[in-house]
Design a protein around this ligand. Structure first.
Ligand code: PMP
Ligand code: GLN
Length: 381
């Protein structure tokens, strides 16, 4: 069988988690927390199953969840969203991304993407027949500039796919960078598919700025969120999609033939969870920020050049300053096999012309896990 998909490698997350199991390594690779998630939200999901919420829910999602999402995003991000016509529930952000790309792109349309890119993006764009136009970002700032956008956008651009806060770098792009993207979207009549799954995981007092809030973008943005990230339960595949009604009608067509619905017990629990008091979300951030600082300090003390992380579960180190010949992939393979720590080589997030000196670590772990990893990393440089 010969297809775009037959030629794809297994994702780096699966490869590294597999190696971590084989070598009994501390797994700071694939991003998932040690903690099981908020008990009350898990209890709601369990209760809903026992109470019999086990048949097909409405295609666009439970009314309670769509309503709760509209209230949540008004409260946290100042967005006015109509739960009836502008909110859809999908089976994870991954389905939302697939549906958006499949329904908005026609073969031959150009899609602007930023490297490093979350690994699902490119295969989905290619499967949809889109022509990727890659914008290469580099450490330490990973900044988006007008020159880079000028080289990537054209009258053939249909969609720009923008991830903020950004996985794998852990940066939060500035309002100025977002304004630049918005300017190009408006100039070339482009739809922005915005992967904002890390919106609640931002540090140092930051507030998430949704692309929809940039003037002129409300009507041309598809916002994608993920309950897996909002509650730190990454196995819960519940995505939320927001777009103006005309776009939503098209997005709904993709959803109806990708998964059609999403388990109703999880939807009921997420509807409950989105209404949790502010303190829950603030505490989650504060806990993760402490973990970020613990790992950053430990790595710095060992001599790793740590790059700043403003959000997500991730921070990265740039090994170029230590040894310009170091290769991130070789380094990560040696790390997991010889030292017993799994991490992710950031070159895996480039389709071409990769930066090969940056390694990503997940810090969404208990102190004991981070300390065990640091102990093993002591001899790695
Ligand atoms: N986009 C980004 C940037 C992610 O980091 C992730 C998950 N790690 C996803 C999408 C997928 O989200 P979900 O699990 O809800 O499908
Ligand atoms: N998003 C998670 C990460 O970046 C993993 C997602 C996955 O395993 N596909 O580590």
């Amino acid at each position: 069988l010969n297809s775009i998909y037959s030629a794809l490698p297994t994702t780096i997350f699966e490869v590294m988690s597999g190696l971590a199991r084989t070598h009994q390594a501390v797994n700071l690779g694939q991003g998932f927390p040690d903690d099981p998630g908020p008990l009350d939200v898990r209890q709601k999901a369990a209760d809903a199953v026992v109470d019999g919420w086990n048949q097909y829910p409405p295609m666009m999602g439970l009314a309670d969840l769509r309503q709760a999402a509209a209230v949540h995003y008004k409260h946290w991000q100042g967005l006015d969203l109509d739960p009836e016509s502008e909110v859809m529930v999908t089976s994870g952000a991954t389905e939302a991304l697939a549906g958006a790309l499949f329904s908005l792109i026609e073969p031959g349309d150009e899609v602007v993407l930023f490297q490093p890119l979350y690994d699902a993006y490119l295969p989905l764009v290619q499967r949809a027949g889109g022509i990727p136009r890659l914008v290469r970002l580099e450490p330490p700032s990973w900044r988006i500039t007008a020159e880079k956008l000028e080289a990537a956008f054209s009258p053939r651009t249909k969609v720009v796919l923008f991830n903020n806060p950004q996985n794998p770098t852990g940066i939060v792009h500035s309002r100025e960078e977002m304004q630049l993207i918005a300017d190009f979207c408006i100039r070339f009549d482009v739809i922005a598919v915005c992967d904002e799954v890390w919106e609640h995981v931002i540090f140092d007092g930051r507030r998430h700025l949704p692309m929809m809030a940039i003037p002129g973008m409300r009507e041309r943005t598809v916002k994608i969120s993920s309950a897996g990230k909002i509650f730190g339960m990454t196995g819960w595949k519940v995505g939320l999609v927001f777009a103006q009604p005309e776009l939503m009608r098209v997005l709904g067509k993709a959803h109806q033939f990708l998964t059609f619905t999403t388990p109703p017990n999880l939807q009921a629990a997420v509807a409950y969870g989105l209404g949790k008091e502010d303190a829950y979300f603030e505490d989650m951030r504060a806990d993760l920020q402490r973990s970020r600082d613990r790992l950053a300090k430990g790595l710095s003390d060992l001599g790793f050049p740590v790059l700043p992380s403003a959000g997500t579960y991730f921070l990265s180190v740039d090994l170029a300053a230590i040894d310009p010949t170091l290769d991130d992939e070789a380094f990560c393979l040696d790390l997991v096999k010889t030292h017993g720590v799994a991490a992710i080589p950031v070159s895996a997030f480039y389709a071409q012309d990769a930066v090969r000196s940056v390694v990503r670590f997940c810090f969404a772990k208990r102190d004991a896990t981070l300390d065990a990893a640091l102990e093993r990393l002591a001899g790695a440089l």
